[in-house]
Design a binder for this molecule. Structure first.
Ligand SMILES: [Ca+2]
Length: 340
């Protein structure tokens, strides 16, 4: 997608979002008006019934209605404004807790706050297209091949404080896998380990077909998200997949290759210049499986500064230890960097 197209999409989305908010406001007011009118009507009627006629009733109701509507409108708007960015938890939360790990936070519904709406409209479609092009079903990748379009997933070191969020993008797995994160680059048994998606399964398939229904065995839809909260500069992230984790499995595949029992790479890390997102895509079979690396894929909002640093763009000269991360650092096919 070129920049002009991206801007057009953004502008179109902003217009649509404006209309959607206006519609929401008027809906909320209408609902409030009806509720208040009904309850005030009852109270006023009860008091007035014994002493005034039906004609008087309707006059009183009319006066009460207009007073109450005005003040309720203001209150409703104020509440709307303060809650403008509150997200909505999914009604379907997996209870799976492999390794007895806690969840970081409940799964929130796709598009249910301002950031998620923008992600859903402006970012998700391009990411899904890139994922399908770069990591198509049943196309086996070698490590050398992956290095031509991805970053080293073993060294996800944050260079700046951030408030992170993980968006589920999709899955191409037969298993009900679990996704988790460690903030000490150490897998599920390390300090700071917790679950992100206890069951990273969706009824939407790799090609985008399927239903939009969430169920216990397929609880996620593309764009559903979990807030990781605040992370400090210097945090070393490790994302891990537990194969069959939602149904009793224990095999762990980490972004940190050195933690993997089979010693193999199990994750692909991709980013794009100027974007705040890191996309990670997992291969879920111990021993390497079909190596198409699309069994679970998700985007982590780490902020533009961290992504630029991970890509070696517009950042101070990286340390030697960090240099490996830059190898082949291209982003969704854009801005490929020379290997170092
Ligand atoms: Ca696979």
């Amino acid at each position: 997608m070129d920049k002009t197209y991206y801007r057009m999409i953004t502008l179109a989305w902003l217009s649509l979002a404006g209309i959607a908010l206006a519609v929401e406001d008027s809906k909320a007011s209408a609902v409030e008006d009806n509720k208040v009118s009904a309850s005030e009507d009852n109270k006023v009627s009860a008091v007035e019934d014994s002493k005034v006629s039906a004609v008087e009733d309707s006059k009183v109701s009319a006066v009460e209605d207009s007073k109450v509507s005005a003040s309720e409108d203001n209150k409703a708007s104020a509440a709307k404004d303060s809650k403008a960015s509150a997200s909505v938890a999914s009604p379907i939360q997996s209870a799976a807790r492999p390794y007895s790990l806690s969840i970081v936070a409940p799964v929130q519904i796709a598009g249910s706050d301002d950031a998620a709406k923008a992600f859903q409209a402006n970012v998700l479609p391009g990411m899904l297209t890139a994922e399908r092009q770069l990591l198509p079903e049943y196309k086996s990748h070698t490590v050398q091949n992956l290095a031509t379009f991805s970053l080293d997933p073993s060294k996800l070191l944050l260079s700046a404080d951030t408030t992170a969020r993980v968006y589920f993008l999709g899955e191409g797995a037969g298993y009900q896998n679990t996704l988790g994160v460690s903030t000490t680059n150490g897998g599920p048994l390390s300090p700071g380990a917790a679950l992100i998606f206890p069951n990273a399964s969706s009824s939407v398939g790799f090609a985008g077909s399927g239903s939009s229904v969430r169920s216990a065995s397929e609880p996620l839809q593309p764009g559903d998200f979990v807030n990781l909260g605040k992370l400090k500069a210097g945090t070393a992230l490790d994302f891990f997949l537990i194969a069959f984790g939602a149904t009793g499995g224990k095999d762990v595949m980490s972004t940190n290759q050195s933690l993997n029992a089979d010693g193999l790479v199990h994750a692909v890390a991709m980013a794009k210049a100027g974007s705040p997102y890191l996309v990670l895509s997992f291969e879920d079979m111990k021993g390497g499986g079909d190596r198409d690396f699309n069994d679970v894929y998700f985007a982590v909002d780490l902020g533009k500064s961290n992504i630029a640093h991970l890509m070696g763009l517009g950042a101070p000269e990286p340390s030697l230890a960090f240099g490996a991360l830059l190898a082949g650092g291209a982003l969704f096919g854009f801005g490929r960097r020379r290997r170092v």
